[in-house]
Design a protein around this ligand. Structure first.
Ligand code: PLP
Length: 217
């Protein structure tokens, strides 16, 4: 049998190696499950789902609700089966052979893994000793004009550092690359680039129900 694509060779499935413990911190899940009342609502909603039918592929009802809650239009909201699926879709759509992703390690390992899977070249601008972003180097590097997408996690996983808002604004002005600000922990930081969506076509913000909302399952 032929080999799979070369970029997949040697790849092993992700194993979080859960050992019996009193507290599980490694996946940043919420330690509390959803409230009983919410659980009941989820169960009764599932009872009404026609399981023989494909769901709406665009999930328009949920897009409308998320849009309304965030003062956006439906067209501005994209849903995935977890943020990880959207991160992969971004790599498919903005990466690929001959294209470049700017990464700011140490950060969420999924970004570099998706780049690898999609044959995208990873350009690393490592964080400084205190894990803050090397802002000057990032702005200088995007200024070369060959970066296709950048991902900035804010707060960053695993360091917890916020990106500087002024820096992100400068980055959006300095490049026509897609700038994805990963706000998976927005509900904890309450800091967002949301107001900049109206001014910058190249800004994309990622949020998730898996952390603060206790819905990783
Ligand atoms: C957890 C996390 C996500 C998304 O997780 P999903 O469960 O796939 O929604 C995205 N980015 C960061 C930095 C995360 O820590």
């Amino acid at each position: 049998m032929r080999q799979s694509a070369p970029q997949l060779q040697g790849l092993v499935p992700y194993d979080p190696k859960y050992l019996p413990a009193r507290a599980y911190l490694s996946a940043n899940e919420n330690p509390r499950d959803v409230e009983t009342e919410i659980r009941q609502k989820i169960i009764s909603a599932i009872r009404k789902v026609p399981l023989n039918r494909y769901p709406d592929p665009l999930a328009n009802d949920l897009r409308d609700m998320i849009a309304e809650a965030n003062g956006l239009d439906r067209d501005q909201v994209l849903l995935g089966n977890g943020g990880d699926e959207l991160l992969f879709n971004i790599a498919l759509a903005w990466g690929g052979p001959g294209r470049k992703f700017l990464n700011l390690p140490p950060t969420f390992s999924v970004y570099a893994a998706n780049a690898r899977l999609t044959g995208t070249e990873v350009i690393d601008v490592p964080r400084l000793a205190d894990y803050s972003i090397d802002e000057e180097t990032v702005l200088e590097r995007v200024g070369q004009g060959d970066i296709d997408y950048v991902i900035v996690a804010s707060p960053n996983n695993p360091t917890g550092k916020l990106a500087n808002e002024e820096f992100l604004a400068k980055l959006l002005d300095a490049t026509d690359a897609l700038v994805l600000v990963d706000e998976a922990y927005f509900e904890f930081s309450r800091t967002t680039m949301r107001p900049y969506l109206a001014m910058h076509k190249n800004l994309l913000i990622l949020r998730t129900f898996s952390k603060a909302f206790s819905l990783a399952g």
